[in-house]
Design a protein around this ligand. Structure first.
Ligand code: SF4
Ligand code: SF4
Length: 279
C-alpha cells in the first residue's frame, strides 16, 4: 500500500499527471502565480497497480513524499547543508580517475607510451575545467570542459584521428570575446564522415555528432584568443573506436602521437600486451 506523507507533500500534483494507474487524487486546485497547487493530494489505493515507480524512482515525487506503508522511511537531515552537497562537484585534474584509469593499462604494458601520453598532454595548450560521468555523479552523462590557450602553430600533427562514439555527442566551441560572442578567435580543422570532408571552424558553434558517425581528425591550427571547448557525450561513460585506416598511410607512419588515442569500446580488448609479455 502506497501513501502520501502529508508533512512532506508540497501538493504540486505531478503525481496526478503521471501515475500510470491514475491512483493519485487531488482537491482544491489553484495557482500560486503560474504554479499549479492543490490543497490536498492522496492515493486511491483501489486504483494503484503497485508499479512502485512513485517510491523507487528518485525524485519521481520531487519532494520524496510517497512511501510504502510498513517500510522504514529514510529520514535525511534537513538544513545541515550536507543533504545535497553531493550535487556540487569541484574538479581537480590531478585526482581525475578518468585519466589515471585509461592510462593504467598503458603503464602496465607500455611504460614508454605512458610517458609519451603524459608529456604530449602536458605540451598541449589546454587547461582542464571539469569532467564528469556516471562514476563521479550517478545518473550523469559524460562531459569534458577545457580552455584552449593561444598558440601560433597547430597543436598536433594529424590531430585526434577519425573515430566514433557509441552515443551521440555535442561539441560546443565557444569564443571568449563578450563583445563578439560569435567570433572564435581561433581556427580548427575538423573532418567529417568516412570521406574525411574537411571543415575549418573559426566561429562559435555547436557540432552534433550522431552515434557511430565518423569524425576527425580534429586539429587546432591556431588560437589568437582563449576559447572554451565543451564536450557533451549523451552516454554515461566515454567510448571511442578509432579509424586510422582512413588516414593517408604516410601520415600514419609519420605521427607517433596517433598511438595515444586508445580505443575504449565494450567488447574490444583495450590494449594488447606486446608479444612476449604474460597475460
Ligand atoms: S508529486 Fe509528491 S509533492 Fe507533488 S503532490 Fe504528489 S505526492 Fe505531493
Ligand atoms: S505504485 Fe504506481 S500505480 Fe501505485 S500510486 Fe505509485 S505510481 Fe501510482
Amino acid at each position: 500500500m502506497y501513501r502520501v506523507d502529508e508533512s512532506k507533500c508540497i501538493r504540486c500534483g505531478l503525481c496526478i499527471l503521471e501515475c500510470p494507474g491514475g491512483a493519485f487524487r487531488g482537491r482544491g486546485e489553484h495557482k500560486v502565480r503560474h504554479s499549479t497547487v492543490y490543497e490536498e493530494v492522496w492515493i486511491d489505493s483501489g486504483r494503484c497497480i503497485e508499479c512502485g515507480m512513485c517510491v523507487d524512482e528518485p525524485y519521481w515525487c520531487p519532494a520524496s513524499a510517497v512511501y510504502r506503508e510498513g517500510t522504514a522511511r529514510a529520514e535525511e537531515a534537513l538544513g545541515d547543508g550536507a543533504k545535497y552537497a553531493r550535487y556540487i562537484y569541484h574538479y581537480d585534474v590531478e585526482r581525475d580517475s578518468y585519466f589515471q584509469h585509461s592510462l593504467q593499462q598503458v603503464e602496465e604494458y607500455e611504460p614508454a607510451l605512458f610517458e609519451r601520453i603524459g608529456s604530449h598532454l602536458a605540451e598541449l595548450p589546454w587547461k582542464w575545467v571539469t569532467r564528469l560521468d556516471e562514476d563521479i555523479m550517478p545518473g550523469s552523462q559524460f562531459y569534458i570542459v577545457r580552455w584552449t590557450l593561444p598558440h601560433a602553430e597547430p597543436t598536433q600533427d594529424v590531430g585526434h584521428p577519425p573515430h566514433i562514439h557509441r552515443d551521440a555527442e555535442l561539441l560546443f566551441v565557444i569564443g571568449s570575446d563578450p563583445e563578439n560572442p560569435q567570433e572564435l578567435g581561433a581556427e580548427i580543422e575538423f573532418c567529417l564522415g568516412p570521406e574525411l570532408e574537411r571543415h575549418i571552424i573559426n566561429k562559435t558553434c555547436v557540432i552534433y555528432i550522431p552515434p557511430r558517425f565518423i569524425h576527425g581528425p580534429w586539429r587546432e591550427l591556431r588560437t589568437d584568443r582563449p576559447w572554451l571547448f565543451i564536450e557533451v557525450n549523451q552516454g554515461p561513460r566515454h567510448t571511442e573506436k578509432t579509424y586510422n585506416q582512413l588516414l593517408p598511410p604516410e601520415a600514419v607512419e609519420r605521427d607517433d602521437n596517433l598511438d595515444i588515442f586508445i580505443d575504449k569500446w565494450p567488447g574490444l580488448p583495450k590494449l594488447s600486451p606486446p608479444s612476449g609479455s604474460e597475460g
